[in-house]
Design a protein around this ligand. Structure first.
Ligand code: ADP
Length: 277
């Protein structure tokens, strides 16, 4: 099963006419409050695609923490590895304008306290991390994973060589790929290109690619997270590179056509290309 070690947030989104300039106040916004965090989004997507997933993380001992834990469990995520810590639950302050342009400030809170104490990884565990928790914890997770280790290197930041070398798979979008030169020689890197689909690179050389599915865009929030969960599950299940990319693109497209950052999904098999495709 997939184990996600990562962030769990409340997304507080203000939808307004235009983004405020520094020092400016914009009024008339609508407030939305949704579960988020790259870690939780990926764990929920994996549980919906595969029937189960395990989350290692931390939430605060505040009402939001309880709400997010119940939400994860309801989606089918094993939350026994999510600690409650004396810190505020992670919160993302998001402002979106009417063109969909956004501005995001993340308050890590409890996510800075994610710890691998009392956590063990079995050889059959497929482990997926992102970069919204302490980098040291990501590195420790990589060292302690006996099996398949995948890293969604988002948000982009410089990465230690030992971490890149340990990754069986790194997943990034185009911008992150350009911002992390350390990935140029990584073993296996999946790069997403939005409406242009995705590709896989081995030591910098393209080895597979797949076009995006055509879809009416509702919200691209969560598409990258859904893609990550699907690609890791598909590759870990032994699908070939191109089939795995195509399935992950289909899942990403489904997410783009859904307003939620944590959409409902059918089982992964549903997104596999049919033999006639
Ligand atoms: P991120 O949101 O992390 O920047 P992308 O925008 O590259 O990531 O999207 C991730 C994946 O979601 C893409 O590889 C693609 O499969 C799917 N996707 C994103 N945008 C679209 C779109 N407009 N149409 C179809 N698929 C999309």
């Amino acid at each position: 099963a997939l184990t996600v070690v990562g962030s769990i947030n409340v997304d507080l989104t203000a939808v307004c006419e235009r983004l405020p300039a520094p020092g400016e106040t914009v009024i008339g916004a609508d407030l939305q409050r949704q579960p988020g965090g790259k870690g939780a989004n990926q764990a929920v997507a994996a549980a919906r695609l595969a029937g189960r997933a395990r989350m290692i993380g931390a939430v605060g001992d505040d009402p939001d923490g309880g709400l997010l834990l119940r939400h994860l469990a309801a989606a089918g995520v094993d939350t026994t590895g999510v600690r409650r810590v004396p810190a505020p639950t992670g919160t993302a302050l998001i402002t979106v304008d009417r063109h969909g342009e956004n501005q995001i400030t993340v308050c890590a809170g409890a996510n800075a306290e994610v710890s691998l104490e009392d956590v063990s990884f079995a050889p059959e565990d497929v482990v997926l991390c992102q970069l919204e928790i302490e980098l040291d914890t990501v590195c420790e997770t990589a060292r302690r994973t006996p099996g398949f280790f995948a890293l969604n290197a988002a948000p982009a930041r410089p990465l230690p060589a030992e971490l890149v070398e340990r990754c069986d798979l790194v997943i990034v979008n185009e911008t992150e790929y350009a911002r992390i030169p350390e990935l140029a020689d990584a073993e296996l890197v999946a790069v997403t290109y939005g409406a242009q689909g995705s590709a896989l690179y081995a030591h910098g050389r393209q080895i597979a690619s797949a076009p995006a599915h055509e879809v009416a865009v509702v919200s691209t929030v969560g598409a990258g997270d859904a893609f990550c969960a699907a690609l890791v599950l598909a590759l870990a299940a032994g699908l070939d590179h191109e089939t795995a990319l195509r399935a992950a693109n289909a899942v990403g497209a489904h997410a783009v056509g859904d307003a939620s950052s944590q959409p409902e999904f059918s089982p992964l098999e549903h997104y596999l290309p049919s033999p006639s495709d």
